[in-house]
Design a protein around this ligand. Structure first.
Ligand code: SF4
Length: 329
């Protein structure tokens, strides 16, 4: 069975974009692969954050992942900073990573532009730590969007360079490209994101009113100004959400009603709201139970770190031997 590795930054409660763009796929992957899911809190240090919030962000995210169906009995779920071998392997990998390779990383260039006041070495090194995250567990597959492919290709080059210089330890990992919907935010302009404030937090699915408050303002087909205007569902972000969560019958109803002006956007959004509440009902119940007992998250993170460390230490023993470092005989 192949090993799949995925990392997610501890941004706190998840939103619909995180779910449709990653976590729903992770839940399915558990049926076919040995999955390793890591909350990458060391990666989060590359950006400004409030240290008083960090522990809560981790716990909220883990509660969400468990409630959505990440199963710690089948998959490994743990916190990166509880396994120090990640940063140790990162240091080793620094010695087979070209400075020019890191300078070419598109995400580094983009992030440097958006946070010019804090272009730190961690940001520059981010893909090397990411390579260590993946290769520490000898993962062969990494589910990513197109924007992360460059990082996975670099991880593959790092594995190849290590193996060439010191001897074979690591497999050459590959991106696992998934055809997931590209969900825009409620503003209909940019990708759904908590930092842009255009998101639907999963907590909104707990009740009809908060969800409707968000959906009511969601941008639709800009050409459809009045109810009698005919619309094009294929340019409407609300339809993208329908495609992800509604039935075939709903989709046919929306397509027909939108293109003939037989339904209004309010009707369309109300149908979507109902489907969303239905889809997330089990999640809402499971999350409430998890949050009511903080020891659940604590136990998952402690057990996950113990299992991850055992695997990580096995890899590092091989690495130390290849590097020729002195160890007690
Ligand atoms: Fe979008 Fe639905 Fe309105 Fe058509 S009817 S523009 S798909 S919200």
């Amino acid at each position: 069975m192949k090993t799949v590795f995925s990392g997610i930054q501890p941004s706190g409660e998840l939103h619909l974009g995180n779910y449709l763009g990653a976590v729903r796929n992770w839940v399915r992957l558990q049926d076919e692969y040995r999955c390793i899911f890591c909350v990458v809190d060391y990666h989060a240090l590359t950006q400004d954050y409030d240290p008083k919030e960090m522990a809560k962000r981790v716990c909220d995210m883990v509660a969400d992942l468990l409630a959505l169906g990440i199963d710690p009995d089948r998959s490994l779920l743990f916190l990166q900073s509880m396994v120090p071998e990640h940063t140790e392997l990162c240091w080793v990998f620094n010695n087979v990573t070209g400075h020019g390779d890191l300078e070419r990383m598109t995400q580094f260039k983009d992030k440097s532009a958006t946070q010019p006041e804090n272009v730190n070495v961690g940001l520059f090194e981010y893909p090397v730590l990411q390579a260590a995250d993946i290769l520490l567990y000898k993962a062969q597959l990494v589910p990513v969007g197109q924007d992360q492919v460059q990082h996975i290709e670099l991880a593959r080059r790092i594995a190849r360079s290590f193996n060439h210089r010191w001897g074979k330890v690591f497999p050459e990992c590959e991106p696992m490209l998934t055809n997931l919907p590209k969900l825009l935010g409620l503003d209909g302009k940019a990708k759904m994101s908590k930092s842009l404030g255009n998101h639907i937090p999963l907590s909104a699915f707990a009740a009809e009113k908060p969800l409707w408050k968000l959906l009511r303002g969601a941008v639709t087909d800009p050409q459809r100004v009045n109810r009698e205007d005919k619309g094009d569902p294929d340019v409407c972000n609300v339809f993208t959400m329908h495609k992800a969560l509604s039935t075939e019958e709903d989709l046919a109803w929306v397509r027909e009603g939108c293109t003939t002006a037989g339904i209004g956007c309010v009707d369309c959004k109300q149908r979507l709201s109902g489907r969303m509440l239905e889809h997330f009902r089990a999640y809402v119940e499971r999350r409430a139970a998890i949050v009511a007992d903080p020891s659940i998250v604590q136990k998952v993170l402690e057990a996950g770190a113990a299992k991850a460390r055992a695997l990580a230490q096995r890899t590092m023993t091989e690495v130390h031997a290849k590097l020729g470092l002195w160890r007690s005989p």
